[in-house]
Design a protein around this ligand. Structure first.
Ligand code: SF4
Ligand code: SF4
Length: 227
């Protein structure tokens, strides 16, 4: 069987987790069971854990691919009664969230049954609408992603054809580093349209489910990259 994306299917129990929706907001722990403790969800969850975010950004900057395990949170995220968000995601949404984080190249999708395996494989043929996680995450009642770019591209289309998600990703990578790494500068240069072309029309901000200050980000990117 040929897979166009590197989804590796792992049968059985996987005990190491790297990242997936909801748990991206939790601090890293040596004990994976900590993630499921009720007290960890007593207070509202706000955005991605900064250390975790820094890890992804550092990996992307250095060209290190991240492999994701437990993209479904042991199945919790697919079940509203178990998910810390109180709402269920689909397998396509979980896989797409993981694969669109910085530096992530592979998801190990666990399965206990052939049916679960088929559900993961269906990602290969899923439409963009089926993979879209933005509206679902934005509606999670127990979690605030406000102001945090998910690189979901819901803000498109831009009348200047700026790829806002990519500009924001390169901006965040440079901010995390405190300077503009050469690889980030090269990737930014390769984009057909740059932040400097932003006319501050605000159309993108009306479409962003996470209330990101996109116009401010475009200004910051223009200043940082000089165009
Ligand atoms: S700015 Fe908003 S809509 Fe655009 S990629 Fe980021 S989170 Fe998605
Ligand atoms: S504010 Fe800038 S980035 Fe957003 S849609 Fe308008 S031109 Fe594009």
């Amino acid at each position: 069987m040929f897979l166009s994306r590197p989804i590796i299917l792992l049968i059985g129990w996987v005990y190491i987790r790297i990242k997936y929706p909801c748990y991206d907001l939790q601090p890293a722990s040596e004990d994976v069971e900590d993630l499921w403790r009720d007290e960890n969800y007593a207070a509202p969850l706000v955005n991605m854990n900064p250390e975790r975010q820094q890890l992804y950004e550092t990996c992307q900057r250095l060209g290190v691919g991240i492999t994701v395990m437990k993209a479904f949170g042991g199945g919790d995220l697919l079940d509203a009664s178990m998910s810390p968000a109180g709402k269920a995601l689909t397998a396509n949404q979980c896989l797409h969230y993981a694969l669109t984080r910085p530096a992530v190249s592979t998801v190990l999708a666990g399965a206990h049954t052939a049916e679960q395996l088929k559900i993961s494989l269906a990602y290969e043929d899923a439409s963009e609408e089926e993979k879209d996680y933005a509206a679902a995450l934005a509606s999670f009642p127990n979690i605030s992603w406000k102001g945090h770019c998910m690189y979901c591209s819901h803000c498109a289309p831009c009348p200047q054809a700026i790829d806002v998600a990519s500009v924001t990703k390169y901006l965040n990578l440079a901010k995390a580093q405190g300077t503009v790494p050469e690889t980030v500068r090269e990737h930014y240069a390769l984009m057909p349209h740059h932040a400097g072309e932003c006319i501050q029309c605000g159309a993108c901000e009306t479409r962003c489910p996470f209330e990101v200050s996109i116009m401010e980000n475009m200004k910051a990117a223009k200043e940082l990259f000089s165009y």
